[in-house]
Write a protein that binds this ligand. Structure first.
Ligand SMILES: Nc1nc2c(ncn2[C@@H]2O[C@H](COP(=O)(O)OP(=O)(O)OP(=O)(O)O)[C@@H](O)[C@H]2O)c(=O)[nH]1
Ligand SMILES: [Mg+2]
Length: 592
């Protein structure tokens, strides 16, 4: 079964929650990749965080063996995340495959990320296998969803597979269609070329990378080099996930697997780089990946000042596994920390959580911001930290996005109203079926990263989805709203907003902070200001809340427990001047 003709590389793509990981479970079952006793739901969501949240964050590659009457087939499956913040994961997976299973939840129809991920797959000329999932649900509307897919893909109705990843109905057809329709990988040259599409750091074995072999072979013991960094190393092990890591003597042309380089220097092998053999090397590297640009920035600070170096180490290791993460050192009244860039707010939250869990750090994130361009005397600087906005400047420009929103036609009015409030400009509107509409708006990114998605969901009863692409920068009338706590400006709470909204946002922010900042032994005034003008003032009254006051009587264990709880609740606080400010306060601006 070493024949390249018998290999199929495919990924599963879909909108969030449409059932990719569940379908992957069923494919694993059918190919008996996992022993009965080891089975569990969404088995490929291996990270603790993924399991808790029920979402996929990282793409995962597994090898399956599909036995049919016409012989054995080797299938390399890559399960991808569906959330818009993790599209970079999807794009890298797509570049390692020849086919894509496009899953659509039959109760929801086509959603914004269905389109975004489909377009990515089409750009790479992947064979698309459309699958309607969740047909077991009573609310599934198979005819309507089928019509949408037929319209979108221009395929015949009977080319659309109808399955339930939950019950397993129809899943065998998915497997067979992959074998029959996805083309086998092709190779171009004799010299080895392997594309690195993911990496992570293992404390015992160093850097472990996932690779797709485009040409040639890689075997244990080979001396190889990364064409980008020109770093040389020996392969300590090669293998595949099935789904447990399984060592193999050789990775062959067209295959997907992992390589262990034993590198401790994590800069040496980057995602997107091409690995070739040192003896008889390839001359031209594979295309690699476009660099991704972060959209949201915040400062990350250790709650304890002396953890700065540990945070640096953690960020560099995490970046290996998450190439879209950006960071650089930053020093402010919050202490020493890093200004970090993310692909969205969920990405920011996930990175903070991963740093805390995987590297045992306690962190505070400052108010998130987008990147602005500020022009003064003909000179343009980019700022990602609102506190860096100078008092006087000639022009400030904000990043714009083109958003695609899909919703049932009865909610069009609500969506238009929301986009208008967020300073959006309508670009187009089109029916994707008799009942559902696709709206296109140009919006300032700064308005989209705040509560846009929550507002969209609540105003459409959860029936709308959205995705966006970046446009350029546009001038806007923006001002900085600063926050003073006990009379001291707290830079990390500053926000940049449109002048028309500055008063309202400033007042709302002060009110919110009053709720969030815990009472101290003294009175704490909280003020919002534009320039030198104070626009709002609230007061956090003195008196430290003593939770144990509630337990009169002398139950010491209960008292201890409460104190313990209070201590836990205290994590993620940062001493700024004389006041302790909790994490929620820094994120308050997102919810006003
Ligand atoms: N009733 C029913 N539920 C399903 C089916 N497939 C998936 N689900 C449920 O849908 C939810 C989401 O499933 P996942 O497999 O995690 O979805 P996903 O597409 O991998 O989600 P992300 O990776 O976060 O984008 C889970 O609660 C599943 O149990 C199905 O065929 N029928
Ligand atoms: Mg998933």
């Amino acid at each position: 079964m070493k024949n390249i003709e018998r290999t199929r590389n495919f990924c599963i793509i879909a909108h969030i929650d449409h059932g990719k990981s569940t379908l992957a479970d069923r494919l694993l079952d059918l190919t008996e990749a996992v022993a009965e006793r080891d089975r569990m739901d969404q088995i490929l969501d291996t990270m603790e965080l993924e399991r808790e949240r029920g979402i996929t964050i990282k793409a995962q590659a597994v090898r399956l063996l599909h036995k049919r009457d016409d012989g054995d087939w080797m299938l390399n499956l890559i399960d991808t995340p569906g959330h818009v913040d993790f599209t970079y994961e999807v794009s890298r997976a797509i570049a390692a495959c020849e086919g894509a299973v496009l899953v659509v939840d039959a109760s929801q129809g086509i959603q914004a990320q269905t389109l975004a991920n489909l377009y990515l797959a089409m750009e790479h000329d992947l064979e698309i296998i459309p699958v309607l999932n969740k047909i077991d649900l009573p609310v599934a509307d198979v005819p309507a969803a089928t019509e949408e897919l037929v319209e979108l893909l221009g395929v015949e109705e009977d080319e659309i597979l109808k399955i339930s990843a939950k019950t397993g109905e129809g899943v065998i057809d998915v497997l067979n269609t992959i074998v029959d329709r996805v083309p086998p990988p092709t190779t171009r040259g004799e010299q080895t070329r392997a594309l690195i599409f993911d990496s992570y750091y293992d404390p015992y074995r160093g850097v472990i990378s996932l690779a797709r072999l485009f040409d040639g072979e890689l075997s244990k013991g080979d001396t190889v080099q990364a064409m980008g960094t020109e770093e040389q190393f020996e392969l300590l092990e090669v293998g595949c996930y099935s789904p447990k890591p399984t060592a193999l003597p050789t990775l062959r042309p067209g295959e997907v697997g992992y390589i262990v380089a034993g590198l401790k220097d994590i800069e040496a092998l980057r995602v997107g780089d091409t690995v070739t053999k040192t003896k008889d090397p390839a001359t031209e590297a594979l295309p690699g990946y476009a660099e991704v640009l972060p959209t949201v920035f915040c400062g990350l600070y250790p709650t304890e000042g002396d953890e700065f170096e540990r945070l640096r180490d953690a960020l560099s290791k995490l970046q290996l596994n998450d190439a879209s993460l950006f960071y650089e050192p930053e020093n402010s009244r919050m202490g020493f920390g890093f200004r970090c860039g993310f692909l969205g707010l969920l990405h920011m939250e996930i990175v903070q959580e991963r740093l805390e869990r995987e590297f045992d750090l306690d962190l505070i994130a400052s108010s998130p911001s987008v990147k602005y361009e500020v022009e003064t005397n003909g000179e343009t600087v980019a700022i990602t930290n609102p506190s860096d906005l100078p008092e006087a400047f000639d022009e400030i420009r904000e990043p714009m996005v083109r958003a695609t929103i899909i919703c049932p036609k009865e909610h069009v009015g609500a969506v238009m109203g929301l986009c208008h409030e967020k300073r959006g400009i309508s670009v187009g509107m089109e029916y994707i079926s008799a009942k559902r509409v696709q709206l296109t708006y140009d919006l300032p990114l700064g308005e989209v990263i705040t509560d846009f998605f929550d507002a969209l969901k609540s105003r459409t009863k959860g029936y709308a989805s959205y995705d966006y692409d970046r446009l350029g920068y546009e001038p806007a009338d923006l001002v900085k709203v600063e926050v003073l706590v006990s009379g001291d400006p707290v830079e990390a709470l500053s926000i940049i907003v449109h002048r028309d909204k500055a008063y309202y946002r400033g007042r709302a922010l002060a009110e919110k902070l009053k709720e969030l900042i815990p009472r101290q032994n003294f009175e704490v005034p909280v003020q919002a200001a534009i320039g030198r003008r104070i626009i709002a003032r609230e007061t956090v009254r003195a008196y430290r809340k003593d939770v144990t006051a509630k337990c009169y009587g002398g139950d010491i264990s209960r008292k201890k427990k409460l104190l313990e709880q209070q201590k836990k609740g205290k994590r993620r606080m940062k001493q700024v001047g004389s006041v302790e400010i909790p994490q929620e306060a820094f994120l308050a601006a997102l919810r006003i």
